[in-house]
Design a protein around this ligand. Structure first.
Ligand code: BTN
Length: 226
C-alpha cells in the first residue's frame, strides 16, 4: 500500500478525504505534525513533532472490527503492557498514549491513528496523557509505525479472520470490562458495572438491570467503595 509522507498538514484524516475526492484509493498518509489534529467528538488532538499521526484509507469492509483491530495493533506495536479503554483509546497506567478516529467517507473508511511516541506531552494534558518516551528509552517512531502496520495488516488481510478470536483478544487487553463506569451517551448518562463488550456495543449492570448500549464515552468511577 502506498505511503504518502508529509512534513505538516492540518489533519491526515482531512487530507485523506481530499485524496479520496481526487479518486485515489488504498493509501496511507502520515505527517510529522498536524496543525488541526482532530479527536473523537469534535475534540482536538495535539500533534507536536515526535508523535505518530497517520490515516489508513480502506475499502468499506470489516467496518465493525476496525474499532477492535486498530487498538489491538497499537497495543502490540507498543509492547509495554498498554490497555484498551472502550471504545478504542490505548492507555498506560490510566493515561492516554494513543487515540483512534475512524470515519466513513464516501465508499471508503479512514482509520486515523495518533500515538504519542517521542513527542513532549503538553502541560495542560500531562495528568491524562503520556508519551512512549516517558515509559521506555530509545524509542523510534518509525519502528513503532512499522510494527503497527505489520500487526494491523496481519489482521486486515487475513481472509479467515476469526471475529470471535479478535473479540477474545480485545477483551484480554480491555481496561474497561469489570469496572464501574459512567457511560456518556448523546442524550444522557448511565452508571454501572461493565459486564461485556462485543461488536454490538457495551453491556452494563445498572440499577435497572443489564443494559446494552451501541457506543459511548467511558468515565471510570473512582472513589467508590470497592
Ligand atoms: C481521539 O482520541 O479522540 C482520537 C484521536 C485521533 C488522532 C488521529 S492523529 C491522525 C488522524 N488525523 C486526525 O486529525 N486525527 C487522527
Amino acid at each position: 500500500m502506498e505511503i504518502i509522507k508529509l512534513k505538516e498538514i492540518d489533519s491526515t484524516n482531512e487530507y485523506a478525504k481530499k485524496l479520496i475526492d481526487s479518486g485515489k484509493r488504498d493509501f496511507i498518509v502520515i505527517a510529522d505534525k498536524q496543525s488541526k489534529g482532530r479527536g473523537r467528538l469534535g475534540r482536538v488532538w495535539f500533534s507536536d513533532p515526535g508523535g505518530l499521526y497517520f490515516s489508513i484509507v480502506l475499502d468499506n469492509k470489516f467496518y465493525e472490527i476496525l474499532s477492535f483491530i486498530t487498538p489491538l495493533s497499537v497495543v502490540k506495536a507498543l509492547n509495554i503492557g498498554a490497555k484498551i479503554k472502550f471504545p478504542n483509546d490505548v492507555i498506560y497506567r490510566d493515561k492516554k498514549i494513543s487515540g483512534i478516529l475512524i470515519e466513513r467517507y464516501k465508499d471508503k473508511i479512514i482509520v486515523g491513528v495518533g500515538i504519542n511516541v517521542e513527542n513532549e506531552i503538553r502541560e495542560e494534558i500531562k495528568d491524562i496523557a503520556i508519551s512512549l518516551k516517558d515509559i521506555k528509552r530509545g524509542v523510534n517512531k518509525d519502528e513503532v509505525f512499522k510494527r503497527f502496520l505489520d500487526e494491523f495488516f496481519n489482521y486486515y488481510n487475513n481472509n479467515d479472520l476469526d471475529k470471535e478470536a479478535i473479540l477474545k483478544e480485545y477483551k484480554k487487553f480491555s481496561d474497561t470490562i469489570g469496572k464501574r463506569v459512567r457511560l456518556i451517551l448523546p442524550n444522557n448518562e448511565v452508571e454501572g458495572l461493565v459486564f461485556n463488550i462485543d461488536f454490538e456495543g457495551i453491556s452494563l449492570v445498572t440499577d435497572v438491570g443489564l443494559k446494552k448500549y451501541p457506543t459511548g464515552e467511558i468515565k471510570n468511577l473512582r472513589n467508590l467503595k470497592e
